[in-house]
Design a binder for this molecule. Structure first.
Ligand SMILES: Nc1ncnc2c1ncn2[C@@H]1O[C@H](COP(=O)(O)OP(=O)(O)OP(=O)(O)O)[C@@H](O)[C@H]1O
Length: 312
């Protein structure tokens, strides 16, 4: 059975001067247990609106959403008991309280009994590597550590489902890697995760499937492999030490190519023939660090979303 079931989900907002904004437009999707579904899309696509509806913070205008079989509008308490929300940035924590105090406060608010509050707070502090700083005020924490407190907070109630809205926003690469390892552990323990991110590498590394959302609609949904199979996405060719004449000849081939002032080339040849010609030109000109990368989610995103934006 799907842990999350969304059908015909629509949410409109009344904007200024009686104007209406359709943040979600008949969205339908299912997420199975232990899946990590990535929500990708430009600013204003509707990702946060979907996350807020799933976590019962916002009601839909029409359509339905169920979490573990419970309707988010009719059974919000049941849903809240099973779902955790991880927000990015500074929202939702008290800077003047310590990490431990914040977590105890939230645990009590979630209705855990006092003994469970203590036990569970210590467990999540340990799990997230926060035990050593547990008695420091959150306002003294780095962004990466604040994010870990956010995640700790969401894990207090041992949720079956985690909804994460740009959780690694502002984390350095090291903190980001630690966070990704944790998501993998949660996933292997059967937690279902909906993850909003603007980081394509993160989506590629963590998500079993991604939904590409724009203007409140799901344009594509599937695993990276499935999305790539349905798409003629170009490969990316990079090289260093490329002189202006070589750069110009590569730029003249079908596809796109840019070279910066230091001679770093990034090209997306339109077809195999152009790729072969570009490689030959680079080899003849003795360019350095020549590499060809297979298309990934970044190319899917570029092709599905950005090209669409361009033609709208
Ligand atoms: N409370 C609100 N009142 C009016 N309009 C809103 C409200 N919340 C969202 N919107 C509008 O709904 C649309 C979708 O917004 P949403 O925040 O869901 O996008 P998003 O995909 O999460 O964007 P981002 O990547 O910037 O976080 C936008 O046009 C936004 O301006």
């Amino acid at each position: 059975m799907a842990v999350i079931e969304v059908e015909g989900l629509t949410r409109t907002f009344r904007a200024r001067r009686g104007h209406q904004v359709t943040a979600l437009d008949h969205v339908g999707l299912e997420v199975g247990q232990g899946e990590v579904l990535g929500l990708l899309g430009p600013n204003g696509a509707g990702k946060t609106t979907l996350s807020r509806i799933l976590t019962t913070l916002l009601v839909p205008t029409s359509g339905t959403a169920r979490v573990a079989g419970f309707d988010v509008v009719e059974r919000p308490r049941e849903v809240r008991r099973r779902i955790g929300l991880v927000l990015g940035g500074d929202r939702g924590l008290y800077g003047r309280l310590t990490a431990r105090q914040n977590l105890r406060y939230w645990a009590a608010l979630q209705g855990l009994d006092p003994r469970a509050v203590r036990r569970r707070t210590e467990e999540v502090l340990e799990l997230l590597g926060l035990a050593a700083r547990a008695d420091d005020r959150v306002e003294t924490f780095s962004r990466g550590m604040v994010q870990r407190v956010h995640l700790a907070r969401a894990l207090l109630g041992e949720p079956d489902v985690l909804v994460m809205d740009e959780p690694t926003n502002g984390m350095d690469p090291h903190a980001g890697a630690g966070f990704r390892a944790l998501v993998r552990t949660l996933r292997s323990n059967g937690t279902t995760i909906v993850l909003t991110t603007h980081d394509m590498q993160e989506a590629q590394a963590l998500c079993s499937r991604v939904a590409l959302i724009d203007h409140g609609r799901i344009l594509r949904i599937g695993s990276a492999t499935e999305l790539l199979a349905g798409l003629r996405a170009p490969r990316t060719l990079t090289a260093e030490g490329v002189k202006a004449d070589t750069a110009a000849r590569i730029a003249a081939l079908p596809g796109s190519a840019t070279t910066d002032a230091e001679g770093n080339l990034t090209a997306r040849p339109a077809d195999d023939e152009s790729l072969a010609q570009a490689l030959l030109l680079l080899a003849q000109a003795r360019a350095e660090s020549i590499a060809v990368a297979a298309p990934g989610l970044a190319e899917v995103y570029r092709t599905v979303i950005e090209d669409r934006e361009f033609t709208l």
